[in-house]
Design a protein around this ligand. Structure first.
Ligand SMILES: [Zn+2]
Length: 105
């Protein structure tokens, strides 16, 4: 498992709790969120239904750790599976955190 940046909201997510990389988009129903199709999404941004109509675990933040929003496109998953700031190479992504979202369920 590794950390990645959600390509829709920019937050830091873990592959064990959000989407695995390269999860086939055709597995899901993207109705209403067509702009997210094919992106690597966090648990909160992920589609709420599979293509057959059964609910996914996505659509809400998992709550296993704080949701940290980061500047979009500035981070990548590095060799050891941590989130790395592309410009500086630091893994201290929390120092780049944007506004914090309160947990309203
Ligand atoms: Zn997201």
């Amino acid at each position: 498992m590794s950390l990645y940046q959600c390509e829709h909201c920019g937050c830091c997510e873990n592959t064990a709790l959000g989407m695995q990389p390269r999860t086939p988009a055709k597995w899901f129903d993207w109705t209403g969120i067509e702009d997210r199709e094919g992106k690597h999404l966090c648990s909160a941004c992920g589609p709420t239904r599979y293509s057959q109509g059964t609910p996914t675990e996505y659509g809400k933040w998992h709550g296993q750790f704080d949701r940290v929003f980061l500047p979009m496109g500035k981070f990548k998953t590095n060799r050891v599976g941590n989130l790395e700031h592309i410009e500086t190479g630091t893994e201290d992504f929390r120092s780049f955190a944007l506004a914090k979202e309160t947990n309203n369920g």
